[in-house]
Design a protein around this ligand. Structure first.
Ligand code: ZN
Ligand code: ZN
Length: 346
């Protein structure tokens, strides 16, 4: 089968991955599930993996097939699999967990001590077939297209996980700010709208992104390249600030907004990454706000997100590409030229 594989780390996206001929995976272990990939979302994390940014955080052996946002049709199952049958449409949580370590028993899939992460520590879904396990797959309801829903396996679940934590802290009438209305942000604002009665303010530097946010019914949009974001938030909140900020960008600049825009006791959720936080400790003491990290989400949260999709509360804005066009996708995302999410259809 064909698979888009990373052979060496590089900053040059134009020929980062090569399309190799590799063996099709088989269901050898009793809980294995082999999925014929219908859709695999391209993520900014794929660019970061190509650049070698994850080598200090996750064990990686090259060459490796990238792709952690996968959905498709079950092609083969191990002897003891009962959750799905061949032919079932599924979305794949990106992490194959062990189920027996303490974090797994607490439901904290992302802290599993024995995990394999598609496209990060083990072969992913930019290929015709993906090997995963029974604990990672979620059967899709009738009428939900696997190609269309694929990015929810990471982009969606990550945005949902952050939005759910934010919603826990949001009272009706509070303000939530979403910075960066791209692949994750456009999902995040829909989750906030579906799950809270807060005012949602969408921030971006591109007109198309702000128009997309308007279509999803946000209270206010802000072009931070033209307007002073702290001034706008102060005006909108009577100088209180936003109780929750979801930073889908994660640059020095966006993380640096926190002391000025987060309300006392509020949170600045770091979802996108690449930059650094350089704020004075005193700012956190004075405002008693927190920076909170976001690492994908739990299996059960992906089930909840699928429920929101089935209800029609969350839509994905996607464009489809062939596997052969994968480096074009990598380059286009690097240059900010993709609206919503690119989905590769191997
Ligand atoms: Zn991702
Ligand atoms: Zn575990």
């Amino acid at each position: 089968m064909h698979a888009a594989r990373l052979h060496e780390y590089t900053d040059d996206m134009s020929d980062a991955l090569s399309i190799d001929e590799v063996d099709r995976p088989t269901a050898e272990r009793s809980d294995d599930v082999v999925v014929e990939v219908e859709g695999a979302g391209w993520c900014q994390t794929d660019n970061h993996i190509i650049e070698g940014m994850w080598t200090d955080y996750a064990p990686q052996e090259l060459p490796m097939t990238l792709g952690h946002e996968n959905a498709g049709i079950v092609a083969k199952i191990g002897d003891e699999v009962t959750l799905v049958e061949e032919g079932d449409p599924v979305i794949c949580h990106p992490v194959q967990t062990c189920g027996i370590c303490r974090p797994c028993r607490l439901g904290e899939d992302m802290y599993c001590e024995n995990m394999a992460f598609n496209g990060l520590t083990t072969d992913g879904g930019f290929a015709e077939y993906l090997l995963t396990n029974e604990r990672a797959v979620i059967p899709l309801p009738d009428g939900v297209d696997p190609t269309e829903i694929a990015p929810h396996a990471d982009a969606g679940i990550t945005a949902y996980h952050a939005a759910k934590k934010a919603v826990d802290e949001l009272n009706p009438g509070d303000t939530a700010v979403a910075i960066g209305i791209g692949g994750l942000g456009h999902i995040g604002i829909q989750c906030l709208e579906a799950m809270s009665a807060a005012d949602v303010v969408a921030v971006d530097v591109k007109d198309e992104a702000l128009e997309l946010a308007e279509n999803f019914g946000v209270t206010e949009t802000v072009d931070s390249s033209e307007q002073d974001l702290p001034d706008v938030i102060a005006d909108l909140t009577d100088d209180e600030g936003a109780q929750q900020v979801l930073d889908f960008v994660g640059t020095d600049e966006t993380a640096g907004y926190a002391p000025e825009i987060v309300a006392a006791g509020g949170d600045h959720h770091v979802i996108g990454y690449g930059g650094h936080i350089h704020e004075p400790c005193q700012a956190l003491v004075d405002g008693e706000f927190s920076y909170r990290g976001t690492l994908v989400g739990q299996y059960t949260e992906l089930q909840e997100l699928v429920a929101l999709v089935e209800r029609g509360d969350v839509e994905l804005h996607t464009d489809r590409y062939d596997l052969e066009e994968i480096n074009t996708v990598a380059e286009r995302l690097e240059h900010g030229e993709i609206e919503g999410r690119a989905v590769v259809t191997p």
